[in-house]
Design a protein. Sequence first.
Length: 299
Amino acid sequence: MQVIVHGGAGGEPDEPTPRQAVLDEAASVGGEQETVVDAVEAAVHVLESSPRFNAGVGGAVQSDGKIRTDAGIMTSDREAGAACSMPGVEHAVSAARVVMEETPHVLVSGEHAVSLAADFGVETDIDLWTEESRERWAGHDTPDGSPSEHLDLLREKFGGNAARSAAEESSGGDPRDHDTVGAVAYDGEAFAAATSTGGRWLALAGRVGDVPQIGSGFYAAPAGAASSTGAGEDIAKSTLTRRAVRHLESGFDAQEAADRAIEEFAELTGSSAGVIVLDRDGNAGSAFNSDAMQTALTR
């Protein structure tokens, strides 16, 4: 089983060595699984449980003071599932797998997604806060009132478009704000891709980015699979992972597909992102235009 994982595209991490150790563990655990779906789920579980990344434990806090998680998963036979805006769900990737395997749908949101996940054995009501995230939240002048009042404060604090401004504030702060996690697996026949996130710090409550959107945060097809990370709104608008896999379908290998997808993304949006890719020849590729993106690959 070949597995590649990423820990987010953003600023240089403060402690790259211990973060790399967690990524190496995630790739190793994924590589031990029997199916590609088990592989990406197991790999992402390791990353969701680590407060060093922005997924599961230690996820970003939205404007109303709540941590909500999102994830998506897809296989090369185009089975897919996603779950988003879930409070108290550490393993969002498992909730996404429930949607894929147990429902006729591809995306379930909010409290209904939490209830669905719980019905199929995914643990819920988890405290996703860490000491560091509590301290950081306490240091913000946080908004009260209606969504429009939240937006007014975000515009006043960051300037311009509130959704983009929250992302820009994040890019200038803790590098982990961009640390969405993802995994891609290939067993010689089938592919799977999965991506999981806690979103953006101080994004408008209920904001959902690229991660649970098919073709944006994750995508798989017979030619290969990809997982992305970075500026979520721009990734969604440019369908970054679908773009990468389309290059595989055109005959490029995994590294060429990753490079081309990021070059096109940068030209289209002017934003930063990263992508990991596996192809049918067993090649792995990764590319990013941010300051850093740590990855790990099964050996």
